[in-house]
Design a protein around this ligand. Structure first.
Ligand code: ZN
Length: 214
């Protein structure tokens, strides 16, 4: 290879690496967001944990009208194993839901199913402790099914629709492909794939890009 060609090739590879693609040239880039364990609560459950009429305080705005609250709770599993300082996401919901990674579940002594957010029927039981009281949920603890949020325009661009299942390849970190990734389309969504801390740590990825594969 000529010296100039070599320099061009190296430059191309460095630029790709900086773009987070590590050699994969693709239009199907998806930004990654890593979701740490968190809790969604009903009005009634906020009353129990924080006091009657208590209002959550917004710490950070998230997509789809959601926000990370200043408030945290303690999760308690079997044999009183606990995880403290677990963030609450607002606004209030119709059903309370606790989303943990598999490692958290093992630590708590629980065996939650992998579920789409909002589908808590028959999921694992868990207890929550707040400054004003404690709460036992007969169901509500899940491991979130990995998913990609996108707008209808993104759906058209990628040729996918709400509920579709795709794969996402990672060229960064340790590399790998996640299967069973659910597409979620809504006007209020911006393009982002959500994985949990176990998934991110397993592939050694963080604020990276994945490649959508159909
Ligand atoms: Zn999400």
């Amino acid at each position: 290879m000529q010296e100039q060609q070599l320099v061009e090739e190296i430059t191309r590879q460095v630029v790709e690496r900086l773009n987070g693609l590590g050699g994969y040239e693709s239009e199907n880039k998806i930004p990654i967001g890593v979701s740490a364990r968190h809790v969604h609560l009903t009005r009634e459950h906020i009353d129990i944990l924080f006091g009657k009429g208590y209002q959550l305080h917004k710490k950070k705005t998230l997509m789809g009208g959601q926000f990370a609250a200043e408030e945290c709770v303690t999760l308690v599993g079997t044999k009183l194993r606990a995880i403290e300082n677990v963030r609450i996401l607002g606004p209030e919901r119709k059903a309370s839901q606790v989303e943990v990674a598999r490692t958290d579940a093992i630590r708590l002594g629980l065996n939650p199913p992998v579920r789409e957010s909002g589908n808590v029927a028959g999921s694992a039981p868990i207890a929550l402790v707040g400054p004003a009281g404690a709460l036992y949920l007969k169901e509500g603890c899940i491991i979130a099914k990995r998913h990609i949020h996108m707008s209808p325009a993104d759906g058209e661009k990628f040729g996918v629709k709400d509920g579709d299942i795709v794969k996402v390849r990672f060229a960064n970190g340790r590399g790998g492909v996640f299967e069973e990734v659910q597409i979620r389309v809504d006007k209020s969504f911006t393009l982002e794939m959500h994985i949990d801390t176990d998934e991110a740590n397993g592939l050694g990825v963080g604020k990276d890009m994945g490649i959508l594969i159909k």
